[in-house]
Design a binder for this molecule. Structure first.
Ligand code: CP
Ligand code: NVA
Length: 331
């Protein structure tokens, strides 16, 4: 699709529904190519910067492997490797990077940084997560929903329960609204999306026919849902002191057997990962010592159940990221 060539993806609403659908189709086609050993390089000679001001497993791997599969070269900048904001303004940094790289993936805190990077670098910039948006995640999420649905996205109901004003929830809400889905958010009022994000979702819904429900009733949010999604209760960049308050606010929204049963359906479970579902993580063990909880946003039973498609969802980060790189960079 030529309209995507040379473009950045800074937030979900940068894409039209047609462009979003095209990226999902392209991702599925690239996935088939790779699986059948027919993949050919469309990005030979391209240089891609991977800039991470925050930690990452999936996003970094997806961009790196996708670029490599397509013949591009990547350079990784870990949190300690950049001068951004400290010794060098984003505007100066962007102008240097734009002289050397054909495209830049950026993960950081401020949405204004990824926006400045795009306006000053003159090359495509892909948001690999900011405090506000995680659009490359939403592409993988909706590809996974499509993979596990026998109906079009416009006939699918997805409920997200937990911290519903974080980057993942914002992107899911707006992408679902763009694609005409039935999207429900279950969260306490203090952790619901901002008026600005709601207004964006509402305006997209009025075009797409999406149904949006934002409620503090977790059972009502998931009733009739085909998919139940959650994310961590404290995001990167938020202090550990937040845990006590979040646990108190969000325990009623934990995805457990009872909440999955409240869908009244054979619903699938989604999570962007990483997830706190057992005591196999440092954070999980600390929380257990402090609060006596062995699981947080999702129980181990649900995480490991046959309803859970989280590792397919994680793999889809690769295929959707590759589609994004090919659509925006290939000649
Ligand atoms: N889901 C996701 O973005 O994972 P990483 O933080 O590991 O990149
Ligand atoms: N909301 C989480 C998503 C991680 C992929 C965070 O920002 O830490």
């Amino acid at each position: 699709m030529s309209s995507l060539h040379g473009r950045s993806l800074l937030q979900d609403a940068d894409l039209s529904a047609e462009e979003f659908g095209h990226l999902l189709d392209l991702a599925a086609a690239l996935r088939s190519e790779k699986r059948s050993g027919r993949e050919h390089a469309r990005l030979t000679g391209k240089n891609i910067a991977l800039v991470f001001e925050k930690a990452s497993t999936r996003t970094r791997s997806a961009f790196d492997v996708a670029a490599h599969d397509q013949g591009a070269h990547t350079t990784l900048f870990s949190p300690q490797d950049t001068h951004i904001g400290e010794k060098e303004s984003v505007a100066d940094y962007a102008r240097v990077m734009g002289r050397m790289f054909d495209g830049i993936e950026f993960r950081g805190s401020a949405q204004s940084d990824v926006e400045a990077l795009s306006s000053y670098s003159g090359v495509p910039v892909w948001n690999g997560l900011t405090d506000e948006w995680h659009p490359s995640q939403a592409l993988a999420d909706l590809l996974t929903v499509r993979d596990y649905s026998d109906r079009p996205l416009s006939e699918v109901t997805l409920a997200y329960c937990g911290d519903a004003r974080n980057n993942v929830a914002n992107s899911l809400l707006v992408s679902g609204a763009l694609m005409g889905m039935d999207i429900r958010l279950g969260a306490p009022s203090s952790l619901q999306p901002t008026d600005e994000v709601r207004a964006l979702a509402d305006s997209l819904s009025s075009v797409s026919g999406a149904r949006i429900t934002i409620t503090d009733d977790a059972a009502a949010a998931v009733r009739g849902a085909d998919f139940v999604y959650t994310d961590v209760w404290v995001s990167m960049g938020e202090g550990a002191e937040k845990w006590a308050e979040r646990i108190e606010l969000l325990l009623p929204y934990q995805v457990n057997d009872a909440l999955m049963a409240a869908t009244g359906k054979d619903a699938k479970f989604l999570h962007c990962l990483p997830a706190f579902h057992d005591l196999a993580t440092g954070v999980g063990r600390k929380i257990y010592e402090q609060f006596g909880l062995s699981a947080l946003e999702v129980t181990h039973d649900v995480f490991e159940s046959s309803a859970s498609v989280v590792f397919d969802q994680a793999e889809n980060r690769l295929h959707t990221t590759k589609a994004l790189l090919v659509a925006t960079l290939a000649e």
